[in-house]
Design a protein around this ligand. Structure first.
Ligand SMILES: Cc1cc2nc3c(=O)[nH]c(=O)nc-3n(C[C@H](O)[C@H](O)[C@H](O)COP(=O)(O)OP(=O)(O)OC[C@H]3O[C@@H](n4cnc5c(N)ncnc54)[C@H](O)[C@@H]3O)c2cc1C
Length: 381
């Protein structure tokens, strides 16, 4: 079925993205995977491509906030089997930048946005702590105001771009109320008392740096408070639907790629004298997944249109993330199975995608938390 959510500008961006990925990402991907991090130049290249163009014109962007551009890039990256290299950059464009566009003061925007538009400043967001992830109200990293600065103490973990980031939007506790006591502080590279811990070893997504951060009497200027003191929780809940939809978009694209690789494999691989694709069980399994992926893509496209129109509800975004990422899990599992032993070998892309995909049911809110959000909307008690 034809998709009608993209216009000429998005398709032009798709062409430019394809060319960028073929030139700047695919040839280097294996090296970056070994190194466990993407180079900073990837961000400046993506800045030139226009990924951070939501930044207003006066600060070097085009002022067009439209998730469809990053969706197009994510789709093409998934198609090329290199999506994990883009997760940090799409986190920057889809998740962190919107906070600064909505909440940063004029002075902060002047200070930060020009370098963000160019990809020279890399962003991260630090909510999760060793002691709490799903439950934001459990955040303990504390920021105490002393004159013109905050003194920050605490630790964050699992932070995407944790090593590369120049500006980390840190969720801190400035008061005791579980929700109204949370605020957002932008902590810059070089802040005294702010340290990066190890680059964490992961099951998949080896190309993406994920790190621990620690704050020991870190001195952060009060001028780096983003939004109102105490407004952190509400800022987070209003931005999370975009993050969840962005994860759902990538999940559908990755599932399509897994299916394509597997169709190629079962056509070529023979058992008992015939291609394994000719077995009815294989055909039916792939037919089921193809159907589910197509239907899911329509729902996710619809959510994207709703988001662009400013109407996407947190519940609909949760449904998109829950369904698309669970489907990605079912798809990669079935596709590994259909590859037989080769599916378990990391030199085969399907094995790496199986491992890379697992996190999509965990980060950005787990599947259980998505079910909680959806379940609450049913008003059952
Ligand atoms: C690769 C990677 C990158 C990440 N990037 C970032 C990042 O950039 N910034 C950031 O802040 N965080 C990041 N995270 C953290 C991620 O968002 C959290 O891991 C996730 O929200 C889950 O939190 P947790 O790990 O503390 O698990 P927990 O909250 O301890 O959950 C453990 C289990 O309990 C379940 N559970 C919890 N509460 C409930 C409930 N009410 N009902 C039913 N089940 C429940 C969960 O679903 C899960 O299955 C990243 C994580 C990974 C793995």
């Amino acid at each position: 079925m034809e998709r009608d959510i993209f216009d000429h500008d998005h398709e032009a961006f798709r062409e430019a993205s394809l060319e960028f990925l073929a030139r700047e990402v695919t040839p280097h991907y294996a090296t970056w995977e070994t190194e466990g991090i993407v180079p900073r130049e990837l961000f400046t290249g993506l800045g030139e491509l226009g990924l951070f163009a939501a930044v207003p014109e006066e600060f070097g962007g085009s002022g067009v906030e439209d998730l469809r551009f990053s969706a197009v890039l994510a789709e093409e990256a998934a198609e090329a089997g290199v999506f994990p290299a883009l997760t940090g950059a799409t986190l920057q464009s889809d998740v962190v930048l919107p906070y600064l566009l909505r909440l940063a003061s004029a002075e902060q925007q002047q200070r930060w946005l020009p370098a963000i538009a160019e990809g020279r400043t890399i962003l991260a967001i630090a909510m999760t702590e060793p002691g709490t992830g799903s439950d934001l109200a459990g955040i303990r990293t504390r920021a105490v105001r002393e004159g013109d600065h905050y003194v920050v103490n605490g630790a964050k973990t699992f932070i995407t771009n944790g090593i590369n980031a120049d500006l980390v939007l840190v969720v801190v506790r400035t008061g005791d109320d579980p929700h109204r006591g949370l605020s957002l502080l932008a902590v810059e590279r070089g802040t005294p008392g702010f340290e990066r811990g190890r680059r964490l070893e992961k099951l998949g997504m080896h190309v993406q740096d994920t790190a621990e951060l620690s704050f020991s009497d870190a001195i952060v200027p009060a001028a780096n408070l983003v939004g109102e003191e105490g407004g952190g929780f509400f800022a987070l809940t209003s931005n999370l639907p975009t993050e969840r939809l962005s994860i759902a978009i990538a999940a559908v694209a990755q599932a399509r790629t897994a299916l394509r690789w597997t169709a190629d494999h079962v056509r070529a691989r023979k058992a008992f004298g015939v291609p394994i694709g000719s077995f009815q069980t294989t055909r039916h399994r792939l037919a089921d997944l193809d159907t589910e992926i197509d239907i899911t893509r329509h729902y996710v496209d619809r959510c994207l249109a709703e988001l662009v129109a400013g109407r996407l509800s947190p519940v609909d975004a949760a449904k998109a993330k829950l369904w698309a990422t669970e489907l990605l899990g079912r798809t990669t599992d079935a596709c590994v199975q259909l590859h037989g032993g080769y599916g378990y070998m990391t030199e085969y892309p399907i094995a790496r995608l199986y491992a890379d995909a697992r996190v999509s049911r965990i980060y950005g809110g787990t599947s259980e938390i998505m079910r909680e959000i959806i379940g609450r909307s049913l008003r059952l008690d």
